[in-house]
Design a binder for this molecule. Structure first.
Ligand SMILES: O=C(CO)[C@@H](O)[C@H](O)[C@H](O)[C@H](O)COP(=O)(O)O
Ligand SMILES: [Zn+2]
Length: 203
């Protein structure tokens, strides 16, 4: 059993090492963070969707934006499209599960907003459909994926593709980058001096 634990931790670290070595990922994350801060400053918002573990990620990331991560500051405008069970069941039941995020993009999205789809395969139909509509509506589309980026890689304007084909490792790296993403948006939006008292978080 311990050998399984060691192997899995080593695999998770190796995936993160590969992420660390990938300059494109760092460059894309900086670009995305600057763009997100600018979008939010001008009244736009971030919409986030994912399935399974990535649905939990969507909610986790949005909770950091609406609450706080590294500094005490005003709430930032972000919405997880995974949380309203009435919408998910109504649209899933009346249309199909492939439309549960697309419909919410139609309802809530506006030109200039950002849609972030989190999908380890990059191929989940409900995410792909939401990306397509978001593109048509003039949102900026972003994909967090793994493997070869799947269909999302061809559709999204910005892509972060974890260099792994193992779902759990892709998810683990996504979470690390999602925390850094929120941290960088706080930095871009409020400036380093705003966060000079991180102990405020303990209050
Ligand atoms: O958390 C896990 C596996 O670690 C699962 O719940 C996983 O997220 C689900 O199978 C998803 O449906 C996978 O979808 P995707 O990442 O390919 O879009
Ligand atoms: Zn999982």
């Amino acid at each position: 059993m311990k050998s399984v634990i060691r192997r899995q931790i080593a695999q998770s670290i190796a995936t993160l090492e590969a992420v660390l070595a990938d300059e494109r990922i760092a460059e894309t994350l900086v670009r995305l963070s600057e763009m997100t801060a600018a979008t939010m400053k001008s009244g736009g918002k971030l919409l986030v969707a994912g399935n399974g573990g990535s649905a939990a990620d969507a909610q986790h990331l949005v909770a950091e934006f609406v609450g706080r991560l590294t500094i005490s500051r005003p709430a930032l405008r972000a919405v997880a499209l995974t949380v309203d069970t009435s919408i998910l069941t109504a649209v899933g039941n009346d249309f199909s599960f492939d439309h549960v995020f697309e419909r919410q993009v139609e309802a809530l999205g506006a030109p200039g907003d950002i849609f972030l789809g989190i999908s380890t395969s990059g191929n989940s139909k409900n995410i792909v459909k939401a990306v397509k509509l978001a593109n048509q509506m003039g949102l900026t589309t972003v994909g967090f994926s793994g493997n070869d980026g799947g269909a999302m890689a061809e559709l999204c304007q910005l892509n972060i593709v974890i260099p792994s084909s193992t779902t759990m490792n892709i998810q683990e790296s996504h979470l690390v980058l999602e925390h850094i993403y929120c941290m960088l948006v706080e930095l871009c939006y409020f400036g380093p001096e705003f966060g000079s008292k991180p102990q405020a978080l303990a209050e």
